[in-house]
Design a binder for this molecule. Sequence first.
Ligand code: ATP
Length: 307
Amino acid sequence: MSTLIHCDNLSKRFGSKTALANVSFSLQQGDVAALIGPNGAGKTTLFSILCGYLRADSGSVSLLGHKPGSSALCGLLAALPQDAQFDPAFSIGEQLDFYGRLQGLSHKAAKLETDRVLALVELSAQRKHKAAALSHGMRKRAAIAQAFIGSPRLVLLDEPTAGLDPAHALQIRQLISQLSSQLGSQVSFMISSHNIFELEQLCNKVLYLQQGQLSSPADNKDSDGAEQYLTLLLEQQADQPLLALLQQLPGLISVRPGQKNQLLLSYNSDQQPQFDLELLQCLAAHGYRYRNLIKGQTLEQKLFSAS
Ligand SMILES: Nc1ncnc2c1ncn2[C@@H]1O[C@H](COP(=O)(O)OP(=O)(O)OP(=O)(O)O)[C@@H](O)[C@H]1O
């Protein structure tokens, strides 16, 4: 596996504001990495440095062995900026053709490439449409299509679901997941979001930025010690009596509410190897209904158990 991105001690200030402070990480071929952080954490600044739009004040970056902005990266690195816009005067197809030409394709090859990427995002029928005739979700898909022109080895997507309703956000996540499994380790992704739940199923690596500083959950893997994790999705929000009941379960290490009707639990599997069964029996015995029980750590557990 080759290293696609290597950042060492990157720092960036805007006047007195520190946007990035000594950020170091690397991304390997085939990784799908989530760059998570609240508003103002420095995600766009980091993306802008990787794309060569901004220069870091100190530290070093290499992408596929080149400096950001190097012409050697043309066609190998694709980026979807957070506020990517299409020109209202031209059709989506014409603009994608143009990007293909910028990558050095002939007129004919660029058109074929546009057909291919529009099919990838299921927008072939909209080739002749202008951006104004597309929904917000369709415009995002068209912008993602642009990132797949040519054969990029590294695709940076800055908040690809920002501003979309939950159904369209899910559609975009499914599209990215489908593209990443279709293309396998040929393409690596780095996707930013302020929502840690959104990228849960999509990414194998998490970079958590807060106030310009990066913290990585230990190895981004579940711990291999005796502590195991469960996410329980209940039919309704957990009440105090349920929490009190669960706290009595032998082997329980922690239990706390997650998103919506979720409960995040950890337990000692050496002490109680059948903890999941005990948990379900306890729920049934006391009339609590649940929808799902997932083994393993959620992103939230990984991030906050590391800090
Ligand atoms: N051009 C600029 N001039 C001054 N300050 C800036 C500039 N760009 C970013 N900043 C500041 O740097 C910090 C990081 O901003 P950045 O846009 O990278 O965060 P972000 O994580 O992408 O946020 P969001 O999720 O809101 O897009 C913020 O405090 C922001 O105000």
